[in-house]
Design a protein around this ligand. Structure first.
Ligand code: XIL
Length: 373
């Protein structure tokens, strides 16, 4: 099935890319008053303005050929013009935060709903942004008919194959990379006990990758997980899996590192070494869901620490040529998933709830600006 006409009548023709320096300058100098003090440092000038009063960079302006992306969700994309403006101005890639997950996409077996994903893809296309597809094989956000159903191994395999073929095929040529398999490992690095592992065995990963490749020969195919930023039991498990898949000739292009940081834990010191070992297998790597949460209320020192986590992650990526870029898991505290999933924690994003850039934004901008072209 091919896509129907994409609906984006709500999209305002903002011409944001051309207007970016002006808008950014206005935001920095006279943005709405934040509820908490903004710790954003002076942004670096783009070259000809030693006083800092001239053109201002945006993240995508200084990202070169690296991706600087963000997760995007409805309904804020449809209703919040301030959100739309920052999204278009700052980011050159988007990941639908929920709209491509199994639950929303195939709520009844064989019945597909593309409406949410189509809106996000249309916005991305209108603003020159790549799209990361997230995600095809996961244990969460499954529809009830699937998670509560009883299937033979053969039936489950057919269900998975059909889902992947339909979803990847529909967006072939529109989605640059897919998180084909998400979170296959438990926190100790053993295989996560999921409906896929129980029903299909470990071979579900290779099968899913092959089915995705058959549906789109061009898209980059990833395995994605969290708590695998540095070298540890979980990233070791990922390393052994992808090494074995590559040795078998399974189509696999990249490893996704979510990077949902908790400031109560130290920043991993060996990220670059971890990235390099995957690169040495001939894979690309990407940070796919970056955020940095902490116990509220926000303090200046927490926001400063958060800025170092963001900045160091971007710098680690830039230091390894196989690292294609960094995606943040939402750019504003206004809509972040964190307070819902980690009660009492929050303020994990680059922008505060008033869409004012925080110190973390300045750290990412500075890291990107310092990149070697
Ligand atoms: C989260 C979304 O941000 C929430 O809106 C949703 O309610 C639950 O899922 N790892 C992932 C993402 O791979 O898909 C998750 O996204 C966050 C953790």
């Amino acid at each position: 099935m091919r896509p129907g006409p994409l609906r984006f009548g709500w999209l305002r023709p903002v011409g944001l890319i051309l207007a970016a320096p002006l808008i950014a300058g206005a935001l920095w100098s006279c943005g709405s008053t934040p509820a908490t003090p903004s710790l954003a440092p002076e942004p670096p000038a783009t070259g000809s303005t030693p006083s800092g009063s001239g053109p201002i960079s945006t993240l995508r302006m200084v990202a070169g050929n690296r991706l600087i992306g963000t997760a995007v969700a409805l309904p804020q994309l449809q209703t919040d013009t301030g959100y739309q403006e920052v999204l278009a101005r700052e980011f050159n890639a988007v990941t639908p935060e929920n709209a491509l997950k199994w639950g929303p996409v195939e709520p009844a077996q064989g019945t597909f709903d593309w409406s949410g994903a189509d809106e996000i893809v249309a916005f991305a296309q209108a603003h020159g942004q790549k799209v990361r597809g997230h995600t095809l094989v996961w244990h969460n956000q499954l529809p009830g008919w699937l998670s509560g159903g009883t299937f033979t191994s053969a039936q489950l395999g057919e269900i998975l194959k059909n889902h992947i073929a339909t979803e990847v095929g529909r967006y072939a040529g529109k989605i640059y990379a897919w998180d084909v398999v998400n979170e296959p490992f438990a926190d100790d690095g053993t295989w996560r006990d999921t409906i896929w592992l129980r029903g299909l065995g470990q071979g579900y990963v290779a099968d899913a990758l092959r089915w995705a490749r058959a549906a789109d020969p061009i898209a980059k195919l990833y395995i994605n997980d969290y708590d695998n930023e540095g070298i540890n039991a979980k990233s070791d498990a990922m390393y052994e899996l992808v090494k074995s898949l590559k040795a078998q000739g399974v189509p696999l292009d990249g490893v996704g590192i979510q990077a949902h940081y908790d400031l109560a834990k130290p920043f991993p010191s060996d990220i670059a070494a971890n990235l390099r070992r995957f690169a040495d297998l001939g894979l690309e790597v990407a940070f796919t869901e970056l955020d940095a949460r902490f116990q509220l209320p926000a303090t200046e020192s927490a926001l400063a620490q958060q800025a170092t986590y963001y900045g160091q992650t971007v710098s680690a990526c830039l230091a390894v040529s196989a690292c294609v870029g960094v995606t943040v898991w939402g750019f504003t505290d206004k809509y972040s998933w964190v307070p819902f999933s980690f009660p009492g924690e929050g303020a994990a994003c680059l922008y505060d709830e008033n869409l004012v850039p925080k110190a973390a934004y300045g750290a990412v901008l500075a890291a990107l600006t310092a990149r070697t072209p």
